[in-house]
Design a binder for this molecule. Structure first.
Ligand SMILES: Nc1ncnc2c1ncn2[C@@H]1O[C@H](COP(=O)(O)OP(=O)(O)O)[C@@H](O)[C@H]1O
Ligand SMILES: [Mg+2]
Length: 267
């Protein structure tokens, strides 16, 4: 059997005395689309950062293709945040090209001559893929919220990651625009055979978009020491547009404070 793309066992993350995540176990195959939900502060972004390699594990193991994840961001993982970073004085196209330049030459961040021209051409291709071909020469401040997120996705994709990490990327967008973004991300996921991890605070999005849903929550809670126990994965469900069997149950768990419940279902 093939090795899973991602595997983690007994994984925990502490910040000093603060236990953020504990006892995480799981395996993810190439091509899965995992959505992550959980209350604010439960450690979803921290988990994505561990996948990205900018945060290390405190305990346990986290493997990518059977090897410990490198403690630095690498080409095979790209991330899109809700708030994105651009150079305001560069055009949309230049901002995408420079994302490529930074990955090609992290120290200098500059490509010269032919390589730079190629990067700009490649940027146009990716801007086309995310539906921004009409805006390549605009400046970031001229873009709407949805267009800004399209730009952020193009900046991540130009590095050709196998794994795309999305941290509440559509959280600030209007519902109509969000729908367009859902379509875009599903199209890109299929077309480029990506493995996606996407944090969302919208449980509908979690059930609708992915192939698999993870709920992060605390199973144990000490009211006198709220940082003593960490979150773990309390639901691991195969989902799809039609499978909403556990929707109400999870919604009510997420609304409880403190959240105390057992691990109920695993994929
Ligand atoms: N670098 C850090 N140092 C100390 N504590 C942190 C750090 N990053 C995150 N935390 C804490 O870890 C917890 C989980 O944060 P986070 O992963 O951002 O939650 P979520 O994304 O689920 O809202 C929070 O209590 C946060 O304050
Ligand atoms: Mg977060």
């Amino acid at each position: 059997m093939n090795k899973p793309l991602i595997e983690f066992q007994h994984l925990a993350k502490h910040y000093g005395d603060h236990i953020v995540l504990e006892k995480l176990h799981g395996q993810v195959e190439e091509g899965e689309f995992v959505t992550l939900v959980g209350t604010s502060g439960c450690g979803k972004s921290t988990f994505l950062k561990m996948l990205l390699g900018t945060e290390g594990a405190t305990e346990g193991m986290l493997l990518l293709n059977g090897k410990p994840i490198e403690q630095e961001p690498s080409e095979d993982r790209g991330i899109v945040f809700q708030k994105y970073s651009v150079f305001p004085h560069l055009t949309v196209k230049q901002n995408v090209a420079i994302a490529k330049e930074f990955s090609a030459s992290p120290i200098l961040g500059r490509l010269f001559g032919k390589k730079r021209k190629a990067a700009l051409e490649e940027a146009e291709t990716w801007l086309d893929a995310v539906g921004l071909s009409h805006a390549v020469d605009k400046y970031p401040h001229e873009l709407s919220g949805g267009m800004q997120q399209r730009l952020a996705i193009a900046q991540a994709l130009i590095k050709r990651p196998k794994i795309l990490l999305l941290d509440e990327p559509f959280g600030a967008l209007d519902p109509g625009i969000r729908k367009d973004m859902h379509k875009l991300i599903l199209d890109l996921w299929k077309k480029y055979k990506l493995t996606v991890f996407m944090v969302t605070h919208d449980l509908h999005e979690g059930f609708y978009l992915g192939t698999r849903l993870w709920v992060f929550d605390k199973v144990r809670h000490d009211p006198h020491a709220p940082t003593r126990f960490g979150s773990t994965i309390t639901y691991d469900l195969p989902v799809g547009a039609t499978d909403t069997k556990y929707f109400d149950e999870i919604q009510s768990d997420l609304n409880q404070t403190p959240n105390e419940f057992e691990v109920k279902k695993t994929a």
